[in-house]
Write a protein that binds this ligand. Structure first.
Ligand code: KIV
Length: 272
C-alpha cells in the first residue's frame, strides 16, 4: 500500500516562497495532536507549526521552557500522521540548539527522523547563526523567529511588544536579513510594530509570518486553541477568536452529565 496521496499537492517551502512572490497571503496555525491536525489540514492552511507553545497549551506550563525534545517529537509525530497537505514545521525546544551548532544539528536531525516533519523553527538572530547554518547544511529547512521570542522570556521579563525602540528595530532588521542570507525559508515575526513588519517584509525576499505583528506580514499564524476560544483567559489585542469552543464544550459536557444523572443516557437505541 502506498502512503502517498497523489491527488493532493503537498505544500513545500517552494510553494510558500511562490505565494509571497505572487502576493498571496500564507495561512498558518499551530497543532499538537492527530485529531486537531487532521481538521486544520483538511480546512486548508498551508503551514502547521508544532509550536513549543504545546508547553503552555497542552501541558499547562507557565512558559515554553520546560518542554523537552522527546515531548516535541511525540507531538510532531502525531501531527505528521494526520497531515496530508500542509507543510509541518516543528519548534526546536529551549536548550536543544543554543549550546553549540553540533547539538543544534543533532536536535534537528532527531526531530526530522523521529517525527517525519518537514522543517524546524529556531528562535533568535545573530546569536544562533552557527546553529542555523549547520542545520541548513544538512538539508533541513529552517524557519527563523524574531521579535518576541518566548524562550527568552526571563531575559525580556514581559510578553509586551518588542522592537519599539530604534536600536532593537535595527537589530531585528539586520537579523532578518541575516536569516535570509544564510538560507532560511521563512521567518516568524512575533509582537512587533506593524510598521516594522512592513519594513522587514519589503526588505527580504523570503516570506514573513506574523503573530501580533499587524497586516503587512506575508502570512499570519495563531495558536489554534486561542483562535477556537478554548482558553477564555488569554485575551491579547492581536487575537481574533473565531469560535467559543470553551462554551460549546462546557454546554455539551453539562448536558451529558444531566442525562447521566437523569438516567436518560444511554437509552434503548444506544444499548446492545
Ligand atoms: O510556539 C508557538 O506556538 C509559536 C508561534 C506563536 C509562532 O512559536
Amino acid at each position: 500500500m502506498s502512503i502517498h496521496t497523489p491527488d493532493i499537492k503537498r505544500v513545500t517551502t517552494h510553494v510558500i516562497q511562490e505565494m509571497k512572490t505572487r502576493g498571496e497571503k500564507i495561512s498558518c496555525l499551530t497543532a499538537y495532536d492527530y485529531s486537531m491536525a487532521g481538521i486544520v489540514d483538511a480546512a486548508g492552511v498551508e503551514l502547521i507549526l508544532v509550536g513549543d507553545s504545546a508547553s503552555n497549551v497542552m501541558a499547562g506550563h507557565e512558559t515554553t521552557l520546560p518542554i523537552t525534545i522527546d515531548q516535541m517529537i511525540y507531538h510532531a509525530a502525531s501531527v505528521v500522521r494526520a497531515v496530508k497537505r500542509a507543510l509541518v514545521v516543528v519548534d526546536l525546544p529551549f536548550g536543544s540548539y543554543q549550546g553549540n551548532s553540533r547539538e543544534a544539528l543533532n536536535s534537528a536531525i532527531r526531530i526530522m527522523k523521529e517525527s517525519g516533519a518537514h522543517a524546524v523553527k529556531l528562535e533568535g538572530g545573530l546569536e544562533i547563526r552557527d546553529s542555523i547554518t549547520r542545520i541548513l547544511s544538512a538539508g533541513v529547512p529552517v524557519m527563523g523567529h524574531l521579535g518576541l521570542t518566548p524562550q527568552s522570556i526571563y531575559k525580556f521579563g514581559t510578553y509586551t511588544v518588542r522592537a519599539k525602540q530604534e536600536a532593537e528595530a535595527q537589530k531585528l532588521l539586520e537579523d532578518a536579513r541575516m536569516l535570509e542570507e544564510v538560507g532560511c525559508f521563512s521567518v516568524v515575526l512575533e509582537k512587533i510594530p506593524s510598521s516594522l513588519t512592513k519594513q522587514v517584509s519589503e526588505s527580504i525576499q523570503i516570506p514573513t509570518v506574523g503573530i501580533g505583528a499587524g497586516p503587512h506580514a506575508d502570512g499570519q499564524i495563531l495558536v489554534l486553541h486561542d483562535l477556537l476560544g478554548i482558553n477564555k483567559e488569554f485575551k491579547p489585542r492581536f487575537l481574533r477568536r473565531y469560535a467559543d469552543l470553551n462554551g460549546v464544550m462546557t454546554d455539551a459536557i453539562s448536558n451529558y452529565i444531566k442525562d447521566v444523572k437523569a438516567k436518560s443516557f444511554p437509552n434503548e437505541k444506544e444499548s446492545y
